[in-house]
Design a binder for this molecule. Structure first.
Ligand SMILES: NC(=O)C1=CN([C@@H]2O[C@H](COP(=O)(O)OP(=O)(O)OC[C@H]3O[C@@H](n4cnc5c(N)ncnc54)[C@H](O)[C@@H]3O)[C@@H](O)[C@H]2O)[C@@H](O)CC1
Ligand SMILES: Nc1ncnc2c1ncn2[C@@H]1O[C@H](COP(=O)(O)OP(=O)(O)OP(=O)(O)O)[C@@H](O)[C@H]1O
Length: 561
């Protein structure tokens, strides 16, 4: 990679205070028709983003206004079509350093007539000509026009490549194996033009030398990626030309090949970054149900792939690593499976407890708007979990990675508003057994319209005292007790019960981000809280009793009405 980087670097001209507008490149894009206005835009804008100064787009009149409205940076000439004159094109061409022919050009035979004229004019000017998309289609039957012109660069995808091979060799190509050899032969047959055969690995050759671009890229094959490549190549090809011998390329590597390598690496890296940012939409099992998720990271340690997923619409505290068995492709068959499971699950719960679940399997998303009146806040962004406790996840872990903070808390006085609002919440891992209790709590309140009996049979105070007793020999600290006492809320601790305490834990991570504790104090606190949660799990039967819920008395006003 380091040598690839140094090759690319060597063709990039240094910035200079002495340079004037246009020196970094004036690139032409020939393309843009009624059906395809996006392709010339993508090509033109990538040429600019790479670093050229000006881009001229030559298109059909009915595409011009559309392309102009995408970007004021592009200079658009609506000169193609029946009224095309070679003179008007040549006038502009004189100013250009390279030209990209094809993105969104279309294939109307009458519209393609002036192509030969344009190609000859660009050749006469001795500038790089990049052929892509419909430009390559035109070349299939007119390849003799570029034969021997070593500043021509062709960027076929695999389909375009096989068609070119067929036309030039005169033989049908039943298989697309041995792309290397075929590409070398084709480039040689075309008189050492540069070929960029795009695919899983991009093959770049001039018929003498061959290099590969194997940057990771992305598994998404959406349209337009080739336009990004051909447009950026327009700029790189000019730069390579401009740098000439001073670019110190490896032996036998031409400027066109170096430019092609740069454009391929750049496009693939952009693809990789976009994919890493947006991830792949998948479906993922979480407990008994399937949720829509996004795969953010893949790890192949020990040859067993693991996927880091984010559940769409849920708090990122639910993000987790899962193995392949829990992942499903996001397709209609699996979406149906998701719906079936929801139905089965609802029926099961109904028959078990006579409950009625809300909406789609109880799946409530953050995006579905604000919490409904009466709905407990603590569950408004909590996905439904497997109700049966899972032993593997029963214990709450404590590690330094569980604490995610924005910055050391040494100087709280210097904190800006932006820092304050962007704080990342402290991660408190609620064991699955307690999550199941929270889900039951949600259903009792929102679906069955129950209330929690107050004062609670087992109060917060009692729970904290139990904890102190249990831990006194181990000299454990008691989270919560001191908080309640200091805040003068001890009477509340004598009224509320276990479920209220548990609801507090859902929001606690967010609140703790705003305390002034330093890293090690915070780590200690989180460790104590996790220990306390394990204590709650152990005594869940006592602290979270089903009969803690009562039905509210009927409203006498409603009755009389
Ligand atoms: N937003 C836009 O305006 C876009 C316009 N585009 C333009 O659309 C026009 C037609 O381009 P097409 O690429 O569709 O050309 P073609 O009409 O030659 O179609 C090639 C066909 O091959 C298929 N194909 C591509 N790669 C393949 C592979 N590796 N294996 C198997 N099949 C494969 C494509 O899906 C397509 O159906 C061109 O002018 C092009 O520039 C594209 O650049 C995409 C974006
Ligand atoms: N299988 C693949 N894996 C990784 N990257 C790929 C793969 N196939 C193509 N690419 C990359 O995607 C970019 C565009 O190639 P693609 O074959 O999609 O072009 P295209 O079909 O001409 O595009 P367009 O839709 O713009 O006409 C190139 O940079 C290429 O390296």
């Amino acid at each position: 990679m380091s040598s690839v980087r140094s090759i690319i670097k060597s063709i990039i001209p240094p910035l200079s205070w002495e340079s004037y507008k246009g020196q970094a490149g004036r690139i032409g894009v020939v393309g843009g028709s009624e059906n395809y206005t996006g392709a010339p835009y993508y090509a033109g804008i990538s040429a600019l983003r790479v670093g050229c100064d000006l881009v001229h787009v030559f298109c059909y009149p009915n595409a011009a206004t559309v392309i102009k409205s995408y970007s004021p940076e592009l200079i658009v000439h609506p000169i193609l079509g029946p009224l095309f004159t070679g003179d008007s094109f040549r006038l502009w061409l004189q100013r250009l350093h390279s030209v990209v022919i094809g993105p969104g050009l279309g294939r109307e035979p009458t519209l393609l007539n002036p192509m030969a004229d344009m190609i000859q004019a660009a050749k006469a000017q001795d500038i790089p000509i990049i052929f892509d998309a419909d430009g390559l289609y035109y070349l299939e039957q007119h390849w003799h026009l570029i034969r021997g012109y070593t500043k021509a660069i062709l960027t076929p995808n695999i389909v375009e490549f096989s068609r070119l091979v067929e036309w030039v060799s005169g033989h049908p190509t039943p298989t697309l194996e041995n792309v290397h050899d075929k590409a070398m032969s084709l480039a040689a047959a075309l008189g050492n033009v540069t070929l960029v055969c795009k695919g899983h690995k991009d093959v770049i050759t001039n018929g003498v030398e061959i290099i590969m671009c194997e940057e990771p890229g992305s598994p998404r094959r959406c349209g337009g990626q080739g336009d990004l490549l051909s447009g950026s190549l327009g700029t790189f090809a000019h730069w390579a030309e401009q740098m000439g011998n001073s670019s110190q390329l490896p032996d036998r590597m031409t400027g066109s090949m170096a430019a092609a390598l740069a454009a391929c690496c750049l496009t693939r890296e952009c693809n990789r970054l976009a994919f890493a940012e947006h991830g792949e939409k998948v479906l993922c099992f979480h407990g008994p149900l399937i949720y829509e998720a996004k795969c953010l990271k893949i790890s192949g340690k020990d040859k067993i792939p693991k996927y880091y997923v984010h559940y769409a619409g849920w708090n990122k505290n639910w993000d987790e690593w899962v193995n392949e068995t829990r992942m499903l492709k996001h397709n209609e068959a699996n979406l149906q499976k998701q719906r079936d499971l929801i139905r089965q699950h609802e029926a099961q719960i109904k028959s078990k407890k006579g409950l009625k679940l809300p909406t789609v399997g109880g799946v409530k998303r953050k995006s579905e708007g604000a919490r409904k009146e009466g709905e407990p806040e603590h569950l408004s962004n909590t996905p439904l979990r497997e109700v049966e406790p899972s032993p593997s996840t029963a214990s709450a872990t404590t590690s330094s990675s569980a604490i995610k903070r924005k910055r050391p808390r040494s100087d709280a006085t210097m904190e800006s508003e932006e820092e304050y609002v962007s704080k990342v919440e402290v991660k408190i891992k609620i064991p699955d057994e307690l999550k199941a209790i929270l889900v039951e709590d949600l259903l009792s309140i929102t679906v069955n319209h129950k209330l929690v009996l107050l004062p609670a049979k087992v109060t917060v105070k009692k729970i904290l005292e139990d904890y102190v007793k249990a831990k006194s020999s181990a000299k454990a600290t008691t989270p919560g007790k001191s908080l309640l006492e200091k805040g003068g809320h001890e009477n509340l601790a004598e009224v509320f019960g276990g479920i209220h305490l548990l609801r507090l834990f859902v929001k606690l991570g967010g609140y703790l981000a705003y305390t002034q504790l330093n890293e090690s104090q915070m780590q200690h606190l989180v460790s104590c809280l996790h220990e306390f949660l394990r204590f709650l799990v152990k005594n869940a039967g006592t602290y979270f009793q089903k009969d803690a819920y009562i039905s509210p008395a009927p409203d006498p006003k409603k009755k009389s009405a």
